[in-house]
Structures are given as C-alpha cells and as structure tokens.
Design a protein. Sequence first.
Length: 276
Amino acid sequence: MTYTAAEQEAVGLSIATEALGDIVNHALLQFRPVSQCPGEAEVHFQTRAHRQLFLAKTLDFASERGDRTLTGINGSCLDVLRAACESKSFDRGGSIKGLRGATHEMGEWLATTTNLNLWLPTLDIDANLSVPRLEFLRIAGNQAKHNLSRLTRVSNRITNILKDHGYSVEPDAVPLALEDWDEHLQEDYFAYYATWIAELLNNLRWGVQDYLAPVYREVYTKDPSHDLRYWYEYPEEISNDTPRAWFWRLMNGVRTGPYIEQFSTAHYLSRNDLRD
C-alpha cells in the first residue's frame, strides 16, 4: 500500500508522540521545582531501574531505526520528527516552528562533543575522552538494556574510542571494565544530564502539540447529545483506513496533551563542568 506524505507523517508523528510520552512522565521521572525560580526544575529518579529505563528509552527514541514500511522513514523517532519538519503536512500559519526548533536543538545537543575523565581501574587507565554525547548515550543505553553476553558491540565501541584517544587496550579485557563505565555514565554523567535530556524531550512533545493544535481544532467535533462522545473529520489527504486509525490516535494524543508542563533546567546546573 502506498500512502500519501500526510498519511506517512500522521503515522510517524503518532508513534513518536507516544514514544515521548513513555519517557517524559511522572511515573518515570521525579520533577523537583526550584522554589526560588518558578519554571525551573531538577529531574531525579526514584530507583536505578527508573534511570536505566530512561536511558534505554531515550536511546531508542534518538538512535534506533524503525521500520520504513510503517513511517516512510528509515530512521529513529527523532528522524521521523525531522522529516515532519520538512513535509509539514499539517502546518497552519507556521505552527511547525516550535517543533522545528526543538528537533534542531535535540540533534545539536546529541552531536556536541563533550569531555569526560574516567578512571577505569579494571584496565588501569585514567582516560580523558572527547566524544559526541550520543556516543556516551549509546554505551549507557545499551548497558541498561542488555546483559553482558549481548554487549559485544558496546565493548567494540569502547575499544575503538579508547584506541582513538591513544590508550592501549586488549579487546577481550573490555567487557570486564563495563562496570567501570556504567558507574561513571549512569551514576555521574547522566545523573547530571538527565534534567537537560528531559527538558529537550519535553520540548519536542510540546513542539508536536503546538504544531498539531490548529488541525485538532479543525477536525474535532463533540456530540452535543452525549458528554463523552466525539469524532474527528479526516483531512482529505488521509483516505486509507490504516493511516486514518493512526491519525485518530494522533489527535487523541493532542486531546490528552503532554504529561509534563514546560520547564527549564535549574539555572545552577549550567555551572557544572560537565556542560560544554
């Protein structure tokens, strides 16, 4: 079945919106407002398992490729949002602007090279590394998802990173050092960056909301004879049954709205040396 650009965009936006809702919510994250600065907050995790799930889902959203046959995009949910900013089938008077800005900001943040010093006692290496943040997310996110027997690619990635920075390491010793990496990345690096990541992801969700709100107002109709009954009038360019089902889900997501109000990362975190 060949779908129109609007149909593919509706499918992709629905999937990406639901993925964002699975990450940025009160069940997974603890938001602590900064009392002296309204609108600012810190993000914390109730348990280590919550932090691992956050990293795994964020990696999945930002980097793991989906099925092209479903969305028309051979890429991640972040790539789907990038594509929507180009096709902008539901743009009304520039409503795409917020999503375009949030998508660009997320991509730039992930691509930015950051410095990190890691003491790896298992390898007897005090490493000073400079790599894009996405590389650290790939390592931490995959460690959160898999057991040691499934981390061969992560071990190879670490081996190459260390060698690129001039550190001699035996590849078969790297799996023994994964616990060292886990301690640095999950307990330190991403404990700090969690607030920044949550803000970026929440801005994406609000970007989708603002982009689609005008369309939602166009297509939503409430049944005057029933308090809970409503329906959507499908746009002309969405005519196939499956995309219509996804469009309905997408509009329901707009109807529900983001789970988290927009916030800014606590200003004092910007003075942390981890932020470049």
